[in-house]
Design a protein around this ligand. Sequence first.
Ligand SMILES: [Zn+2]
Length: 105
Amino acid sequence: MKNHRPLHKRVNNNKKHIPKTASLEHKKLYFSKEWKDLRRIHLDKFPFCFECGSTEKLHVDHVVAHKGDYRLFLDQSNLRTLCLRHHSSKTATIDQIRDESGRFM
Ligand SMILES: [Zn+2]
């Protein structure tokens, strides 16, 4: 049986904030059908955080930073499931998801 997760409600405002940064090309990769398929397959196989086993707020992390390398980006052996907390602590020092006491939420 597959879990039918409720879809996140999409806020469909027409104002698109697309930052003109060098990483824009990288971001495009995440909108590709190939990535979406691969991501789903990966999460089907590994529906838990690699670090703590959490099944909440999962991200698919690239073990080796792909830096826009399409092959590395779509290399299934380069993927690892991480929860938001561990993904954030890896991808860098993002403080926005700490709660008031300073812990990661
Ligand atoms: Zn975790």
